[in-house]
Ligand binder design. Structure first.
Ligand code: LLP
Length: 414
C-alpha cells in the first residue's frame, strides 16, 4: 500500500496534487511519500517482533540523508557498501552500533573509517579481505567484529544481474571453505567473529530460496558451535521483492513468520538488510512530455526524463508503471516513452499500451523510490533531478536540482 493514489480525477502524493508539485519544483522530479516509507519500514520491522533482530535499511537503494534520518528516528540501522555510504549514514545520525558493512571490494581507507566509527560488524566476503581487515585493525589496535558472507549456492529466481547467492556469482565465501576461514579468523588478533551472513539476491518473489539459504546457515552455525566457535548474529540480507507490474511477492509478515519459526531455539540476533521493499513503492518520478513523434512503426512520446535519471528500464529491461498525472481519457495505443539522450537504449517504456499523451502533460513513473535516483548519473551533462519528501500536506526539497555548476565545478581550476 502506498500513498500515491488517484482522487478527483488526478494523482495525489499523500495530501498534495502531483501536478502542483511538478509545477512548483519542475521536472524531472522525484517525489517520496514519508508516510509510505514509514508504513513499509514498520510493516517490515514488526514482522520480526518475536525474535531479537535489527533492521538495517540498505542505503544503496536510497541514500538521501533525510530518508535515512526518517529511519533513524524509528531506531533503524543501515547496511552500507562503501565509505561514502558510511559517511552519509553517520551524517544522518545513524547509530554506528547499528551499521553493517558488506561488499566484495572494500578498501583499506574504508575499513579504517568504519573501524574508527566502531560499526557493529563487517561482512567479510573473502579470505583476502579477512587478512586485509585484520591487518588494518591490528595497526589501529582495534578489534573488528566480523561475520563471513556465505555464498549458499541457492537460486533466488530473479534477474541474473541481481542474483548474488549462486556459486558462479562474485559474492561471498563458498560453504565448503567457511569452517576453515572461521578457524583462521579465530586466530587473528584484530578480528572477532560474531556472525554469519548471506544475501542471495534482490527482487525475490518467493520466501523459499531465503529459507533454503537459512537452512544452510543454520547448519554452519551448528558446525561452528561443535568446534567451539559461538556465533551471536545471523544476517540474512535483504531482497524481498515488490510489485512493479503483476508480481505477487510475499508480504513481509510471511517472511517474518517463516524466519521466526525456523530460528526457534537458536540464540541469535537476526540482522535484516531490506531496501527495495521499503523504499521502492514509496517514490515516483514525474516527467513532462515534450513531443509526440509518430513514425510508421512507432508512437514515441519524448519526455524530459531519461536513462540518466532512471536507468532501470534501459539496464535491466525493468518494468515501471507509467500513468498520466491528470488522466485525459484518450484512446489507448502503444507508446514508447523515451528520453532526450542520444542512445536508442534510452527509454522508460517500450510498446506500452496506454492512453495517448499530448505535449506538456505530466507522467508519473511509479516504483521509483529505490535504485532510481540512487543510480542516476549526469550522462549527456544532464543535472540530476531534485528529490522532494511529502508528508501529509507538506513538501520539502531534500535534495536540490543539480546546476550546471555541479556539472563543471569538479573540472574547473585544476
Ligand atoms: N544487502 C546486500 C548485501 C545487497 O547487496 C543488497 C542489494 C541488499 C542488502 C538490499 O537488497 P533489496 O532488499 O533492496 O533487494 N540495482 C538493482 C538492485 C541491486 C541490488 C543490490 N544489492 C535494481 O535496480 O533492481
Amino acid at each position: 500500500m502506498h500513498y500515491f493514489q488517484e482522487k478527483d480525477g488526478e494523482l495525489w502524493a499523500e495530501d498534495l496534487k502531483v501536478k502542483d508539485l511538478a509545477e512548483k519544483h519542475g521536472t524531472p522530479l522525484y517525489i517520496y511519500s514519508a508516510s509510505t516509507l514509514l508504513r513499509h519500514y514498520q510493516a517490515y520491522d514488526s514482522a520480526f517482533k518475536d525474535i531479537p533482530h535489527l533492521t538495517c535499511f540498505s542505503a544503496k537503494c536510497n541514500s538521501n540523508l533525510s530518508v535515512l534520518e526518517l529511519f533513524k528516528n524509528q531506531g533503524a540501522g543501515v547496511d552500507i557498501v562503501s565509505g561514502g555510504e558510511l559517511y552519509k549514514a553517520l551524517k544522518a545520525g545513524i547509530d554506528p552500533s547499528k551499521i553493517v558493512f558488506s561488499g566484495v571490494g572494500k578498501q583499506e581507507f574504508e575499513l579504517e573509517q568504519a573501524l574508527d566509527a566502531d560499526i557493529l560488524m563487517f561482512n567479510v566476503e573473502s579470505r583476502q579481505e579477512l587478512h586485509q581487515l585484520n591487518h588494518v585493525a591490528e595497526n589501529k589496535g582495534k578489534t573488528a567484529r566480523i561475520s563471513l558472507r556465505i555464498n549458499p549456492d541457492v537460486d533466488p529466481q530473479t534477474h541474473p544481474y541481481i542474483s548474488t547467492g549462486l556459486q558462479k556469482n562474485k559474492f561471498g565465501i563458498n560453504m565448503d571453505q567457511a569452517i576453515d576461514i572461521y578457524k583462521e579468523a579465530m586466530q587473528m588478533k584484530g578480528l572477532e567473529p560474531i556472525g554469519i551472513d548471506c544475501h542471495i539476491g534482490s527482487q525475490l518473489t518467493k520466501v523459499s530460496p531465503i529459507l533454503d539459504a537459512l537452512e544452510r546457515l543454520k547448519q554452519l552455525y551448528q558446525d561452528l558451535k561443535e568446534i567451539g566457535i559461538n556465533i551471536s548474529h545471523l544476517d540474512i540480507g535483504g531482497g524481498l521483492g515488490i510489485t512493479y507490474e503483476e508480481e505477487d511477492p510475499p508480504h513481509p509478515s510471511e517472511l517474518g513468520k517463516a524466519l521466526t519459526d525456523s530460528l526457534q531455539g537458536y540464540p541469535l540476533t537476526l540482522i535484516l538488510e531490506p531496501g527495495r521493499v521499503i523504499a521502492g513503492n514509496a517514490g515516483i518520478m514525474v516527467t513532462k512530455s515534450l513531443f509526440v513523434k509518430q513514425t510508421e512503426l512507432k508512437n514515441f512520446v519524448v519526455v524530459d526524463a531519461a536513462m540518466n535519471d532512471l536507468i532501470r528500464p534501459s539496464l535491466y529491461g525493468a518494468y515501471h508503471r507509467i500513468a498520466e498525472v491528470v488522466p485525459q481519457g484518450r484512446d489507448e495505443r502503444k507508446l514508447d516513452i523515451v528520453g532526450p539522450i542520444c542512445e536508442t537504449g534510452d527509454f522508460l517504456a517500450q510498446d506500452r499500451k496506454m492512453p495517448g499523451i499530448e505535449p506538456g502533460e505530466y507522467l508519473a513513473v511509479f516504483s521509483s523510490g529505490a535504485y532510481s535516483l540512487a543510480m542516476a548519473s549526469q550522462y549527456n551533462s544532464r543535472p540530476r533531478p531534485p528529490e522532494v519528501l511529502v508528508d501529509g500536506s507538506t513538501d520539502r526539497v531534500i535534495r536540490r536540482r543539480e546546476t550546471y555548476h555541479d556539472l563543471a565545478g569538479p573540472e574547473e581550476n585544476i
